[in-house]
Each structure stands twice: as structure tokens, then as C-alpha cells.
Design a protein around this ligand. Structure first.
Ligand code: NAI
Ligand code: MG
Length: 498
């Protein structure tokens, strides 16, 4: 009670001092004192921590302060070869043979240890990747644990998941994941693979290896048989070595469309199965009858959540003309209140951009938008002088052919267009090479159903955005990739039905 009053008084004082309508919040940093990180991480192969054959390492840094956190092993082809051999041995010798209910026990155990260590995982995710602690704590880590719980439930019920068929595992799964949801992507990929009886070689992204390595510690603690899960760290060439390994049966990749195309070429003519989850340029569509204030929150959540480092980010906004002025005004007011800065602060809305390279890509697109003649709006906000940060950015007056409308930016940058009729917005929304997700905001249920059949997108949210659940499938159309992750569809990508 007393503390609450103190905080309120402090807020009022600060609001008066800054002469702003919005209240500034006192810093509320999460502590990293309890985090146990080593100076150097090795490869997790065959249940042991082994140094890379060539003794090469690279640094992982904290993008919010540019400080080095740890050295990470850089695996080459010979290390990948060891990992695949370990996964094969574990597949043939144990994992495909043990009772499915035994597999389930191990997967449940992983989920429970993740929950027990959730605070540690959240802090490390934020330190290594730059996302606000609020998100890693409330979204990434709980969802990641839930993917293990959900898939553990299927492990001994595959005959109900796929009635009238027998579901057999594929063998060794090679999995390559990006830096935007490091632990969650590892969970999306490892959990269904294990539940269906496959073994795994997983490579995290080079800027965010730490939570995958922590997951390896958890897997060790859960007592999984050696070789069932192997974590190899490295750069793109390490990923390519996994994709090209002749003894890998299934490739699961999430990342850029460019690398997705390289992978598809590399596996053409082999009998490797693949799922590719690639980029997006998703449309968030606001009709005049939508609940406007909720829609504004949905727009903010759609593009500024996780700094816009979301493959399904609502990066193209379509507003019906009659409410466009109102929506854009409310949106500008709202983004003026977003807090950009220290991701470890519990009040922060927009954390650090994942890397210097990614900040470079985003700034390049902001420049292109200005050069193309679009009108830019950024609220005035203080960003830390050290680290990689980008304020929330809106572009109006954009053409359908603008590069900032057509190409994925992967940052907190929103391109806004208006429309008059349903046919017009469907045509515009579908007019990109991508088709990952879309959002529809309207009071009319019939309109939602009409649009879900016409929008070429794998996921369509109605009156919400960026909602995820382990039971629902996720994946794209067109250049956003193929195959689904999550739900029964995600599980089916790891089995052969006979
Ligand atoms: P990327 O596609 O190069 O990296 C994703 C993963 O693939 C990383 O683990 C990387 O080491 C690995 N990789 C790179 N080259 C490979 C190859 N030839 N074979 C196998 N694995 C390989 O993405 P990057 O360069 O980090 O980001 C560039 C752009 O990609 C971003 O600006 C964004 O537009 C997009 N992107 C999309 C993601 C999504 O979730 N759809 C995630 C990350 C990036
Ligand atoms: Mg890092």
C-alpha cells in the first residue's frame, strides 16, 4: 500500500517535470544476478559436451549493450557428422524402440524442468537476443514449455492422432532455427520430433545460441538417452552441413526466404522430407465497424511486439478510408507512449534489435521508404546510446509497389494503406510474394468468414493478432514456405503414415 502510494507520487512528480501527458515509469530492471552462464560453451553431442574439432569459437553479445556474453563453439562438417551419427545410433538403438509412454515421460520431464528454470531461461533469452523481459517471461518461455507438454501428450496416443494408420518416425531430423524466438523455435521443432520417435540435430542461430544450450542442459538433467537430442552451434555453413548430410531424413527450417530457397535446392532429388517456415509481409485489415481502440492495440501488438522480429508481423496495415484519419491519429498517439530501451526493464515495450546487421537492414528500408516518397512518422523517444535500437516507425502515403510494402523488413516499421471495398483490400492484401498471416478487424462474423476463404495466408486472426497456441497449426502459403508446425499438423510432419 505504502509502496504503491510512493510509486504514484513519484509518477506524478515525473509527469509534471517532463510536462508530458504520459507518465514516465521508474526503472524496474530484472536482475541477472541468479544467472549461471559459462564463459565458453561446447557442442552437445551424444549426451556429452565436446569441443569442436577445429577448436573454433565465436562470441555471442548482448545487443542492448554490445557486451560479449560468452564464447560459442563453431561446429564444422566433421562435428555435424558426429552429431548425426549419434542421433542415428540413438534412433536405431533406443528412441524408436522404447515404449511410447516412456518417450512421453521424458518429454514431460523436459517441460517441467523448463517451468522450474523459467526465470533463468527468460533472463538469458533477453540478454542474448534483446527482446523485452516481459515477453520472454510471459510469452516465449511458457509457450516453449507448453509445446513440450502438448506433444508429450501425443507420444503414446499416435494411433488416435492418425486413426486407421500406423505412424512411424522418419529417423534423424536436422533442425535449423532463427534468432527471433530462439527457445520457442527450438521447442516447436524438438517437441513433435521426439514425440513421434525421431532423434534430433538442432542448430540455433549464431546470435542467440544460449537458450538452446540451456535447453541441452535441461535435456541432460531430464536424463534423455545420449544422442536423442544433439545441439550444434555455428553459422550458416554449420546449418548447410546439417541440410546436406546424407544421413538426415528430415529438414526443418525457419528463417529467411533466401536461405529457404537454398535449402530447397540442396535437398531436391533426395528423399529428405522438409518443412520450411519463411518470411512474411502480413496484412492487418481494419474495417470501419471494428472496435477502433482494440484494433489500435492489435496493430501495435502486430508490428511492434518483439521489435517487429516476427515472421508473421502485421507489417502492412490496411484501414478503411472512412476511419483512416481517426485510426492513424490514435496510432500515432499510442506509439508515443511506447517505451523503447533496456530490454531487461519490465516496463520496456520495444527492446533491442537483435544485431548490428539487422539494425542495418531496418535502417536501409527506412531510407528506401523516405526515398520512395512515403511520409514517415516516428515519435520522439530517448533510445540508449549503446546498443542497437530503432523507434517505432510508421509510413503513410505508400504505393502498392513500394519496396517497403513488398519486402520483409523484420523490424518495427509499419506501412499504412487505405481501402474502400472488400474486393479492393483482398486484392491488395494478397498482392505480395508472401502469405504467412493476416488480421481482420470487424464487427461482422460473416465478413470474417468471407475473408478467411479469400486471403492467401496460413493464419488469419480475427479481432486479435499474434496469438499463439501449441494446439493450432502455423505455416505459410507461397514464398512464406510450406508445411505446418504446431497442433496435429505439426506432429504429422514428423511421421510416415503406413
Ligand atoms: P537466415 O535465414 O540467414 O538465418 C536463419 C538460420 O539459418 C540461422 O540459424 C542461420 O545460421 C541458418 N543458415 C544461414 N544460411 C544457411 C544455409 N545456407 N543453410 C542452412 N542454414 C543456414 O536469416 P538472417 O540472415 O539471420 O536474417 C536475414 C533476414 O531473414 C531478416 O532480415 C528477416 O527478414 C529474415 N528472417 C526471417 C525469419 C523468420 O522467422 N521467418 C527469422 C530470421 C530472419
Ligand atoms: Mg547474442
Amino acid at each position: 500500500m505504502y509502496t504503491n502510494r510512493l510509486i504514484t507520487l513519484q509518477l506524478i512528480k515525473m509527469a509534471k517535470k517532463t510536462n508530458k501527458n504520459t507518465w514516465e515509469l521508474a526503472p524496474a530492471p530484472e536482475s541477472s544476478g541468479h544467472i549461471d552462464l559459462k564463459k565458453q560453451y561446447e557442442l552437445f553431442i551424444d549426451g556429452r559436451w565436446v569441443a569442436p574439432k577445429k577448436k573454433k569459437y565465436f562470441a555471442t553479445t548482448n545487443p542492448a549493450n554490445e557486451k560479449k556474453i560468452a564464447n560459442i563453439a563453431y561446429a564444422d562438417e566433421s562435428d555435424v557428422d558426429l552429431a548425426v551419427a549419434a542421433a542415428r545410433k540413438a534412433f536405431d538403438g533406443v528412441w524408436s524402440k522404447i515404449a511410447p509412454s516412456e518417450r512421453a515421460k521424458y518429454i514431460y520431464r523436459i517441460a517441467r524442468i523448463m517451468q522450474e528454470r523459467s526465470r533463468e531461461l527468460a533472463v538469458i533469452e533477453t540478454m542474448d537476443g534483446g527482446k523485452p523481459i516481459r515477453e520472454s517471461r510471459d510469452v516465449d518461455v511458457p509457450l516453449a514449455a507448453n509445446h513440450f507438454f502438448y506433444n508429450a501428450g501425443w507420444a503414446d496416443k499416435l494411433e488416435y492422432a492418425f486413426p486407421t494408420k500406423r505412424a512411424e518416425p522418419l529417423g534423424v531430423a536436422g533442425q535449423i532455427i532463427p534468432w527471433n524466438f530462439p527457445l520457442l523455435m527450438a521447442a516447436w521443432k524438438i517437441a513433435p520430433a521426439l514425440a513421434a520417435g525421431n532423434t534430433v540435430v538442432l542448430k540455433p542461430a549464431e546470435t542467440t545460441s544460449l537458450t538452446a544450450l540451456k535447453l541441452a542442459e535441461i535435456i541432460e538433467e531430464a536424463g534423455l538417452p545420449p544422442g536423442v537430442v544433439n545441439i550444434v552451434t555455428g553459422h550458416g555453413d554449420t546449418g548447410a552441413a546439417i541440410v546436406n548430410h546424407p544421413d538426415v531424413n528430415k529438414v526443418a527450417f525457419t528463417g529467411s526466404t533466401g536461405v529457404g530457397k537454398i535449402i530447397q535446392n540442396a535437398i531436391a532429388g533426395t528423399n529428405k522430407k522438409a518443412t520450411l517456415e519463411l518470411g512474411g509481409k502480413s496484412a492487418n485489415i481494419i474495417f470501419a465497424d471494428a472496435p477502433i481502440d482494440q484494433a489500435v492495440e492489435g496493430i501495435v501488438n502486430g508490428i511492434f511486439f518483439n521489435q517487429g522480429h516476427v515472421c508473421c508481423a502485421g507489417s502492412r496495415l490496411f484501414v478503411q478510408e472512412s476511419v483512416a484519419e481517426l485510426v492513424i491519429k490514435k496510432l500515432k498517439d499510442r506509439i508515443g507512449t511506447l517505451i523503447v530501451g533496456d530490454p531487461m526493464d519490465k516496463n520496456t515495450d520495444i527492446g533491442a534489435i537483435n544485431s548490428k546487421e539487422q539494425l542495418g537492414i531496418i535502417n536501409k528500408y527506412i531510407k528506401i521508404g523516405n526515398e520512395e516518397g512515403a511520409e514517415m512518422y516516428q515519435p520522439s523517444c530517448n533510445v540508449p546510446s549503446k546498443g542497437y535500437f530503432c523507434p517505432p516507425t510508421l509510413f503513410t502515403n505508400v504505393a502498392q509497389s513500394s519496396r517497403i510494402v513488398q519486402e520483409e523488413i523484420f523490424g518495427p516499421v509499419l506501412a499504412i494503406q487505405t481501402f474502400r471495398t472488400i474486393d479492393e483490400v483482398i486484392q491488395k492484401a494478397n498482392n505480395t510474394p508472401y502469405g504467412l498471416a493476416a488480421g481482420v478487424w470487424t464487427d461482422k462474423g460473416s465478413r470474417i468468414f468471407n475473408l478467411t476463404t479469400k486471403l492467401r495466408a496460413g493464419v488469419i486472426w480475427a479481432n486479435t493478432y499474434n496469438k499463439f497456441d501449441p494446439t493450432s497449426p502455423f505455416g505459410g502459403y507461397k514464398e512464406s514456405g510450406f508445411g505446418r508446425e504446431g497442433g496435429l499438423h505439426g506432429l504429422s510432419a514428423y511421421v510416415k503414415l503406413v
